[in-house]
Design a binder for this molecule. Structure first.
Ligand SMILES: [Zn+2]
Length: 153
């Protein structure tokens, strides 16, 4: 598919999100690995002389990233702040024997504030999009077009 996938500034938390843009159809997916913000614009239907799009959007409330010892990973987007019961469940998953605790983490995002509940997010997690972009350009070189920001966890 003719798509462009780059890092972009998350409209919710201002850190680095992933944007997948299909320039031919103008469909778009944005997903923030930091706060869990999600946006999609997809073609709903083709009418006689137009295209109708469907938009879905969800504000970020946090993210649970589980990395297993075999390298497989699972991401759970939090739709709202977890209740105590949910926290216990997430913690139990986090403490599982198959889980690599050093690479897994649970972060909530409420009212513009990130709270790390357990684990240790990667360095890039903490950077604003501008800082992240600077770091990526320094590491990989400045791309032909400014928007072509590499994606790194
Ligand atoms: Zn975000």
């Amino acid at each position: 598919m003719a798509s462009n996938i780059y890092a972009t500034k998350c409209p919710c938390c201002g850190r680095s999100a992933i944007e997948d843009y299909y320039y031919k159809t103008q469909e778009q997916y944005t997903f923030c690995m930091r706060c869990g913000y999600y946006y999609s614009k997809t073609i709903e239907k083709y009418t006689k002389d137009d295209i109708e799009y469907k938009e879905e959007k969800s504000e970020g409330h946090g993210m649970f990233t589980l990395v297993n010892k075999d390298g497989s990973r699972k991401r759970v987007i939090l739709d709202c702040s977890p209740t105590n019961t949910q926290l216990e469940e997430l913690k139990a998953k986090f403490m599982d024997n198959n889980v690599n605790q050093e690479r897994s983490y649970l972060v909530t995002y409420e009212n513009g504030v990130f709270t790390i509940l357990f684990g240790d997010p990667p360095d890039n997690f903490h950077l604003s999009f501008e800082e992240y972009r600077k770091k990526m350009f320094a590491k990989y070189g400045v791309p032909d077009y400014e928007f072509m920001v590499p994606i790194e966890e």
